[in-house]
Write a protein that binds this ligand. Structure first.
Ligand code: COA
Length: 300
């Protein structure tokens, strides 16, 4: 557990929980909070084996967006300082977007402007039905910037993106599901449990497979079908190499022994990051000969 001035961080094995911690300011992102987030996400990366990073807010707000006074009004007359604050913010926004772990936004309340952006940058989002979202920038005379428009266009369709950015109208967690910005909305009292269910499902998966899955998704969005096939096969080959063929040694071998049904659950991970345990080290050649079922049965 590392507590920064404006951020709480807890790393518990494969799960990191990052809480924006300025509840008295609705978790508006101040320059200090931005720097704390750079440091916290760096700590998560350095931990090395985090599979899931949950981002949420302390108190009744997820994130009230950029601190309008400390990030915009106060440094506006000092261009160098204004730039420094922006660069710090963008540094952690990029870290969040490109996190090697699966990022889950647990939206416990207000999510405005930059707070909306954070939800859009995360891979998965679970919201309280009562949470309120908005692109409020138009209400103070600008438009969603600093990646907020990108997060909007990559989560909402064109009509909805334009409607919400042009009007500043708000919507609830329940409406956010229909808009495609969040995966699920549940009553606030059930938010922790609903998020935990998703986290529990993710941590059963191979860390490197989760990471490769994210990378393949992000790249394939901008590729032709042909290019994507090439990229996906290359990425799979990388994954097989990095995990020493975990999917064959474990995933397929356990299936051959009928130990699980892949349509309904994940195989049992063995060894760190799916790398072979001492006992499993010799499994690959037999699997390659296509006789996993018979030979593995004898070992089980
Ligand atoms: N920047 C700076 N301060 C903010 C803030 C922000 N983005 N969001 C909230 N705060 C501050 C409030 O000014 C208030 O400070 P004070 O106690 O010094 O007066 C404190 O947080 C509590 O907020 P308050 O407005 O009293 O709470 P509320 O429940 O009545 O309303 C909001 C909550 C989120 C609707 C309201 O605070 C708001 O509109 N915030 C701005 C949201 C926004 O436009 N964000 C986009 C920025 S990119």
């Amino acid at each position: 557990m590392s507590d920064y001035e404006c951020v709480k961080l807890a790393i518990d094995g494969p799960v990191a929980t990052v809480q924006l911690n300025r509840p008295e300011k609705k978790n508006a992102m101040s320059p200090t909070l931005h720097q704390n987030m750079v440091d916290a996400l760096t700590e998560v990366e350095r931990a090395g084996d985090v599979k899931v990073t949950v981002l949420t807010g302390v108190g009744d707000s997820f994130c009230g967006g950029m601190d309008l006074e400390k990030c915009f009004l106060e440094p506006f007359s000092n261009p160098a300082e204004f730039e420094r604050v922006n660069v710090t913010a963008f540094t952690w926004f990029k870290k969040l977007k490109y996190s090697p772990s699966v990022t889950v936004a647990k939206v416990n309340g207000w999510a405005f402007g930059g707070g909306f952006e954070l939800v859009g940058l995360c891979d998965i989002a679970i919201a309280a039905e009562e949470a309120v979202f908005g692109l409020s920038e138009i209400n103070f005379g600008v438009f969603p910037g600093g990646g907020a428009m990108w997060a909007t266009t990559h989560n909402l369709n064109r009509k909805q993106a334009l409607y919400y950015s042009l009007t500043g109208a708000t919507f609830t967690g329940r409406e956010a599901v229909a808009l495609g910005l969040v995966n699920q909305a549940v009553p606030a009292a059930e938010l922790d449990a609903a998020t935990q269910r998703v986290v529990d499902s993710l941590v059963k998966k191979s860390r490197l497979a989760l990471r490769a899955n994210k990378q393949a998704y992000e790249k394939s969005v901008g590729m032709t079908f042909d290019d994507s096939i090439e990229f996906e096969m290359a990425k799979l080959a990388e994954l097989w190499y990095l995990t020493e063929n975990e999917w064959v040694r474990q995933g397929l071998a356990q299936f051959a022994r009928r130990e699980y049904r892949p349509g309904l659950e994940a195989f049992q991970l063995e060894g760190k990051d799916g790398r072979p345990t001492r006992r499993g080290k010799g499994a690959l050649p037999r699997a390659r000969r296509g006789s996993v079922k018979l030979e593995e049965k004898g070992e089980a």
